[in-house]
Each structure stands twice: as C-alpha cells, then as structure tokens.
Ligand binder design. Sequence first.
Ligand code: ADP
Length: 589
Amino acid sequence: MIAMPKNLPQPQLKPNTEVVLQKRYLRKSLDGKLSETPRDLFWRVASAIAAEEGKYERSSREPEALARDFYDLMTGWKFLPNSPTLMNAGTDLGQLSACFVLPVGDSIEEIFDAVKYAAMIHKSGGGTGFSFSRLRPKESRVGSTGGVASGPVSFLRIFNTATEQIKQGGTRRGANMGILRVDHPDILDFIRAKEKEGEFNNFNLSVGLTEAFMQAVEKDEHYDLRAPNTGEVVDRLRARDVFDLLVKKAWQSGDPGIVFLDRINRDNPTPDQGEIESTNPCGEQPLLPFEACNLGSINLACFYLPGHNDDADPARDGIDWAELRRVVHLSVRFLDNVIDASLFPLPRIAETVRKNRKIGLGVMGFADLLFELGVPYNSREGIALAERVMGFVQEEGHKASVELAKERGPFPAYPASTYAKAKKGPYRNATVTTIAPTGTLSIIAGCSSGVEPLFALCFTRNILDGERLVEVNPYFEAALAATGLASHELMDSVVAKGSIQDMDFLPAKLRKVFVTAMDIEPVWHLRMQAAFQRHTDNAVSKTVNLSNTATEQDIFDIYWLAYKEGCKGVTVYRDGCKSIQVLATGEGQ
Ligand code: ADP
C-alpha cells in the first residue's frame, strides 16, 4: 500500500456528495460506525489502483506520483470510476466492475448456476445481464422427466426474486438486464412480461432485434420463430404485429426496450470468442458470456474555459482540450489498472476479462457543459459539440490504449481480433469507450448525469430510505441572477414546474439554453444518442423522454429512427407511465 502523503488536501465536497458517500461508499466498522473519511476513501482508491503500476517493468509512471495524480483527478471531480471501484478498491472484497454478462444454458443446473453467480456478483456491487434466448420454449418436452418446460419468462421470476433478497452493502439491490431474441417462440409473453406494475422490478427487459426481423417489418413480411433447443421453426409471426406490440408496451410502461443484436455483433472486436447476446443492466455495455467491464466517467463540466469563448474564432471555443487530453490518458491508465486490481467472483470471468481487457470510459456533465457554453441541447450546435467532444475522447482514448500496449503488451486476444485484421492498434483494451448513466457518480461529482439533459432545473431527488434532496441547477441559478429577474416567487414556480419554457417574460436565449428532458423533442434526444454512439466503442445509456400525451406512433417513429441512425438500442420513457419515479419535478409530488 502506498502511504498517504502528510499534506494530502481534503476533497472539497459538492453539496450532496457527503450524504451519498456516507450512505453508500465510506467503509463502516462492524458496529456500523464510519471507519473512513472522504479523503481516506479517495486515497484508498487512488493508491490501490496506482500500486498496480509497480507490476509493469516498462511503465512510464512511478506508483507514488501516479497515486497522487489519481487522487487529484477524482477529488477535482474530473473523473470517477464506477461505484464498485469506489466501494471496494483496496479492500478484501476487491470486486471493482459494474458490468457483467452471464450465460443461461438450457438445463436446470445451468439456470441455477446463473442464479448463484448473479447473487455473488450482486453482493459485490455489480450488475448482471442475461440472455434467456437459449431456454427451450414453454410447454416443450423435458427429456429427463417427460414433463413440460416452463419457458424463459417463468425462469426470469426466479432471477428476479433472488435479486430481491440480496442487498448490496446493506443498501441497494442489484440490477439486471434480461434479453430475449425476437425469434424466440415465447417472445410475445416476454414483451408482455412487465404489464403488471411491479412485476420483474429488478429487471430491465429488452427484445433482441435481428436484421432479418427489421427487414421483415420494413417489407411487412412474416418471420420465423425457432425453438433454440431443436433449431426447428415452430411458428411464424407478422413482424409488424410484433413491432406494434413492442411499441404499445413501451408506451404503457417504458418496458421492454430494444437492442439491435446483429449491429452489436457487427462491432464485436473478438468474434472468435463467440457471440454477444446481452448487455449489462442499463444497456450501455454489450459483453460476451462470462465477461465483465469496469467503467469510468469524465465530468465535462470541468473543461469549460471561461473567457475563452469567441464565436468568430474556432480555436477559442471555450473548451480546455489540452487538459481534457491529459485527463483522458490518465483515466485510461486508471481503468486498465482497475482490471489488474480487481478480484472477480468466478475464475471463468477473470479469464475472459483478462483476455480482452475491455474498459468503458465515458462522460458525464454534458448538459452542464452546454449550459456553460450557452448552447441548447436540442440544436445542431449541440449535436456538433457532442460529436467534437466525444470524437476527441474516443480518439485520445484509443491513443492512450495504444501507448499502454507499448508499455504492457496488447490485450491477449488482440491477434485474433478484428483490429489485427484491419491493421489497427495494437491496443491494450478490446474496447475503450462507453457512455454510462452515472446515476450516483454524477451526484458525487455534482454534475448532470451522463449525456442526458437535466430532468428539471430545480427538483427534489428521492434517494435511499425516502430521504429527499432539493437541487437547483447552479448554472441556471447564475444565469437567472445575471438577468436581474430572479425572485423567490419565480424560483418557487420553477421548482413547481421544473421548466421555464412557458415563462415568456424571461429572455428568449435563457429559455433556449436552459431546456430540460421534457422540453426537448424526442427526435433531438435520439439524434444526441446517435451522435455519441458514432464515437463510442460500446453503447450509450440514454433515455428518450416523451410527454404523457405522446402516442404509440411517436414511439414507433423513435424506434425506427434509432434503427436508421445506427444506435445499438433505445429506451423510451413516457412521462407519468409509472407511479414511482426516481426523479420527479415538483408538480404531482
Ligand atoms: P454508478 O453511477 O453507480 O457508477 P451507473 O448509473 O453509471 O452507476 O450505472 C452503470 C452500471 O452499473 C449499470 O449499467 C449497471 O451495470 C451497474 N449498476 C448500476 N446500478 C446498479 C445496481 N443497483 N445494482 C447492480 N449494478 C448496478
């Protein structure tokens, strides 16, 4: 362990950071008392991850100095690794990845193995994704007993219940993704699985759409349903009927989402190791069976250069690119070291991870950066900024991975990868970029989450145990104060509404820039997701928000656009379609 320097500064905590750290991240002794401070936490993480550097003879960095760089990186809120790394680095548990995918084989033994493995992963703070596509359809014969099988949806319930019983670190429950291919005979049951509110509440469900299916929708044709155990075609359905049902259910409850499986596999860098059949719980990380990935996110709000913004001069665009480059390179090194520092719950997982060394560097605070620069999210300028920023992170991230490969060697599966065939690399990591939701990380860093617009300019946040946090966006507060129009009455009404779009008395520019998720037309949500996807190795966590009055046709159009625009999947959420929301504006509270 690298000793803490005597003069190590205390982190300057953002308003809600302390509450979240205390609840979930700071280590506690057996009697429940806190046994570390935020400074201890960030040093524990920084020093444990930097210590891995010592293993590499040809490393360009010295562990002590690197530990200090990592500490400053995190406590400057410029970059944070995913929650399990913050919780477990430098501890006996040592499980540092947020994302796992487990295979579910078509036998009782394999199904319950998967349940057990998932329990072990949840206990350590990770989330799991599964494809249920290999399970034989309900009512098919079970050879050994002469009975009939209960089918994927029925087994899904077992996974859901097991998840319910395991609290991570005594607080939150695990999260799961369940995927079924659209050509599985039980697909209609699966699409309807979350009809009853509260059913399968520990799962996000997504239908795995194939290219053949999408073409059948386009041409209004029927397509085959195939039993995975026998390979037989057991039925045919009209593709448009299935697509319409999907749309209808997503309109009613937000579930299921869709993922484009063939597209995900087209981008699979290591097809020799098999097909990708699922993603992690929030959809941003496609993985092979028994693969895990650790994520980390750069807070873009930190890279605004005030006074350096001049529309007439493209070189003065208000962004500190040099610092962003430094942070990307440091973050890639951090995430690669996390792989070495991590203890995995199963030898099979450790083996797959070490072969491919996938990492997922992404961004958060994008909406904040737009506010700082005075650029509306729902504008061509906003999209262009997304492309520029993520294009840069992607390019520098890949360069950093090439540099690490020179120091440490490429990922072991590189020679058989698609990169080697295309003469790209060698890279240290099979994937480098992923856009995570940053649900809790963004609270710790005090920034907007992932690449999402703000949900509301002021809102109350329901956190664990029914506690609430009231938040006013600081950029909005400052911009409003600058207009001289701020007043208590005005703030009260912004808290109640969350949005300022119908406040005609406010300057037009202010209203254009300070848009919220519900103010933004769905098509702009989708365009933004597609813009980030174009510069991301893995996928993008993004919700397309729709107003309560949106129609099924609106969802159909969004799904279709996601397909045309090259997204890897899409999740929609129609306001008010579930009674419990994690974030809520004042109205209806
Ligand atoms: P965080 O901000 O805590 O790092 P994110 O909201 O960015 O997490 O989610 C990233 C990934 O972490 C998810 O896609 C999922 O794989 C995992 N994850 C998130 N929440 C949970 C949870 N409650 N249980 C298990 N895994 C989770």
